[in-house]
Design a protein. Structure first.
Length: 357
């Protein structure tokens, strides 16, 4: 049964709620503010429980939240060159909020994007799920279409053990538009307040990655990971190569890059993408996705005091793994394009399986 809790009130007086989903010893907390994953509590190999998701203990933290902890990002995640979206013979302008002279766009809008609004919520006790929904008017946030977005979180026992949290995103529109959503949860499998995640083992099924320009926008090149710090095809600690002498790491002060996940098929089923493990606790995280890529961000710029449970976060206190179409794809027609048209909704699915070994 889905449990509902009060989670504060927005400055304009709108009540915000949190929803708890529990099964197989795992509890996920999500909120209608930003369709946000607030926390996920799971046992280690000895049965000791800890929350492995970075975030805040009250709504106040999420009202600011420049790190986008747990957030549903959209309509367009990641960086867009000059904030321009050429579509159907027109060029649409996203807010310019990132990079030199604020030339580019990051995550559509850091002040009014999907993660900054209260969504409607519908609980499904039989499925142990909650579905959030919100709308944007034609032209709102710079893009065409009367759009309806939904985000469904469902927690069920996993066949392989532990529990699986499935996140399904969908957008419907009345005219062609541009959508590239993601989930921006940060993970630390030792527990969100345990310090650095650099020692956690990471494996990613990606043989290529997207290098960045100096302003962190995709350079338009697709590069092999072999022989670079971006090769996670064999498990290694997150921090093993993060300080390597590599121009791409220097641009981002660590990992902040989209990895091109192997085996993408349009409309395909979620495919295994990431396996992460905390050696000390034995907690493991397996992520399956349907998008062509996922952005690995090692939390290089984190600097958050007064987080939940009194925690303070610093660089690499957690890592984000953000499933997405390749960032700035709209300016690279040869890349797979996220399509959202009347009768052809945008959809993606992410499966997070948490267990211990």
């Amino acid at each position: 049964m889905v449990r509902t809790l009060a989670f504060g009130t927005t400055p304009d007086g709108t009540p915000v709620r949190a929803y708890e989903l529990a099964c197989a010893g795992v509890t996920a907390r999500v909120s209608d503010f930003g369709a946000t994953l607030l926390g996920l509590t799971a046992p280690d190999r000895a049965g000791r429980v800890a929350d492995v998701v970075l975030g805040f203990g009250s709504l106040d933290g999420y009202l600011d939240n420049p790190a986008c902890f747990g957030a549903t990002i959209g309509p367009v995640a990641n960086r867009t060159d000059a904030g321009e979206v050429p579509l159907e013979g027109n060029t649409y302008q996203l807010p310019q909020n990132d990079g030199p002279e604020q030339r580019n766009n990051l995550h559509t809008s850091l002040t009014a994007g999907l993660h900054k609004r209260v969504w409607a919520a519908r609980m499904d006790n039989e499925a142990n799920a909650v579905t959030f929904s919100t709308t944007l008017n034609d032209g709102e946030l710079g893009l065409p279409g009367a759009r309806t977005f939904t985000a469904t979180y469902a927690l069920v026992p996993a066949q392989e053990g532990g529990a699986a949290l499935t996140v399904r995103y969908r957008c419907e529109t009345d005219v062609p538009t541009y959508v590239n959503m993601t989930n921006h949860t940060y993970w630390n499998l030792a527990g969100h307040a345990s310090g650095s995640a650099r020692g956690q083992l990471i494996q990613i099924n990606a043989s290529r990655y997207l290098p960045l320009r100096e302003d962190s926008v995709s350079a338009g090149e697709v590069r092999e990971v072999a022989g670079t710090p971006f090769d996670f095809r064999v498990p290694k600690p997150l921090g093993q190569d993060i300080d390597a002498d590599d121009p791409q790491l220097a641009i981002a002060h660590g990992y902040d890059h989209c990895l091109c996940v192997d085996g993408y098929e349009p409309n395909g089923r979620p495919r295994p993408t990431l396996h992460a493990e905390d050696p000390a606790s034995g907690r493991t995280l397996d992520v399956a996705i349907t998008t062509p890529g996922a952005h690995l961000y090692a939390g290089n710029w984190l600097g958050d005091d007064h987080a939940k449970d009194g925690a303070s976060y610093r660089g690499q206190s957690g890592f984000a793994f953000e499933p997405e179409f390749w960032p700035d794809a709209i300016h690279h027609p040869a890349w797979e394009q996220p399509t959202c048209e009347p009768g052809h909704p945008y959809e993606q699915t992410i499966v997070y399986r948490i267990s211990a070994s």
